[in-house]
Design a protein around this ligand. Structure first.
Ligand SMILES: [Zn+2]
Ligand SMILES: [Zn+2]
Length: 200
């Protein structure tokens, strides 16, 4: 399932197959997906004569799907979101984008409009590193002095009873539970709240 979106883009040019794959990935019936996409994804033109953009309803739908996938433990990366948006456009003959993936500026705008979305960092960044954790026994003077950005408790202080984890992007240390609440913790990496919203 983790790579359903990729598979969906790579394996076939037949849009029906793609739709089926992605419906399976989302765990919803294909007909439902088809109906929802058909109904909600309508391109419209700005009066200024600019290219059509995805309707707000369609964007919300897309954002919902990204949230749903993330909630199931399959956060999408930036490239996958762009692929997904591109597929929406193609499946519905909207011609929103010049290529088969949504443009970078569309993506940046989309993320701006849906600031709560959490995305996975690109694979290249996340492959090599396991989340770095400070264990209670490993608290050494070398790493002393971190202040958790979420709860502001200082390491080794009386209130400091939680394990620590380091963001693989900015290398800031957080309490594991504090970081997990606001950031993204998967098998390979912890990405803090600040870095999660950073467009890659
Ligand atoms: Zn904390
Ligand atoms: Zn970070």
């Amino acid at each position: 399932m983790a790579n359903a979106i990729k598979e969906f883009n790579a394996t076939t040019n037949d849009s029906r197959n793609k739709l089926r794959t992605i419906a399976r990935a989302w765990g919803i019936p294909k007909s439902t997906l088809q109906r929802r996409l058909a109904g909600k994804i309508a391109g419209h033109c700005h009066q200024s004569g600019r290219k059509p953009v995805m309707s707000k309803e369609a964007e919300d739908e897309l954002a919902d799907m990204i949230r749903m996938l993330a909630a199931r433990g399959f956060p999408l990366g930036a490239a996958e979101v762009r692929q997904l948006a591109g597929q929406f456009s193609i499946l519905n003959n909207l011609n929103l984008f010049k290529k088969t993936v949504a443009g970078y500026y569309w993506f940046v705008g989309f993320m701006e409009r849906h600031r709560d979305l959490r995305l996975k960092k690109p694979e290249v960044l996340s492959k090599s590193l396991k989340p770095k954790r400070k264990t209670s026994t490993a608290k050494s003077s070398a790493s002393a002095g971190s202040i958790c950005p979420v709860c502001r408790v200082k390491e080794h202080s009386i209130k400091d009873v939680l394990p620590w984890i380091q963001c693989h992007v900015c290398e800031t240390w957080y309490h594991e539970p504090c970081g997990e609440k606001c950031g993204l913790l998967d098998d390979d990496n912890f990405t803090c709240r600040r870095c999660v919203v950073t467009v890659s």
